[in-house]
Write a new protein. Sequence first.
Length: 258
Amino acid sequence: MPKIKNLLDKNKLILYLLIIVIAFAVFALINDEPRVSIKPLNQKTMTETVKMVKENQELRERLARIEPASPVKIMTADKPSQSVETFPLLTVIAEGKSVPFEVNYEDQSWVRPDYQPYWHSKTGQWGRIPDLVHNSYHNLFVTLGAEGLWNETIHESGIAELNGKIKLSVYDDNPENTVAVLAFRHQITDVITLSNQVILLGTPSRTGLQVLSINRHDLIDSISGELIANNDRQKYLFQLVTPDGYETDYINALINFD
């Protein structure tokens, strides 16, 4: 009996030790700190985030310059001015006044690009797609020779890279006396005016570019030899016309005489 009692006491001791070990293990497991910790963003991560936000804003601004905010139908008003009295083209050819002009640039093999790199939105300049599409319909651009107006016109028409090769004529030392005419795919041979209607007579072609200079005072209706009344800011209708009297393009131009 004493041996059996000693054996039971030893087993109880082992059992108690086992229970204590298990209890400590469970306690340690429950109170163990998590292995995953939240680390602050390092400088590189913050820089990438700021960069993405900045790029997103730049893309939104570029997109706003390129196209409308939502899909819309755009019809650009491009009708002859109501203030310009128009005559039949053959009447202007027969009865109009021949106007002298100078050819400042001509390349009949020049091919008009569909797109120019300086129209890209990354340049931060003008490059709105609806305006580019509208301008591509026209083979005629007219502006006064002032530097700002000239630069804007060659940019819009897509010949800015030729600016160094084109030297407009200047009349009476005043660039604003120069009426610059850009004609694509049309070889102008005569300029004829009747009242506020200006015909650029010539032959259409598949390629080519001409830049002409006209003295704005030569556009005055000089039947009486005097400046017509209220002619300080007159609209003129410029028309590209074939020799047999067909219009191939037109554009309105505001000519200042003040």
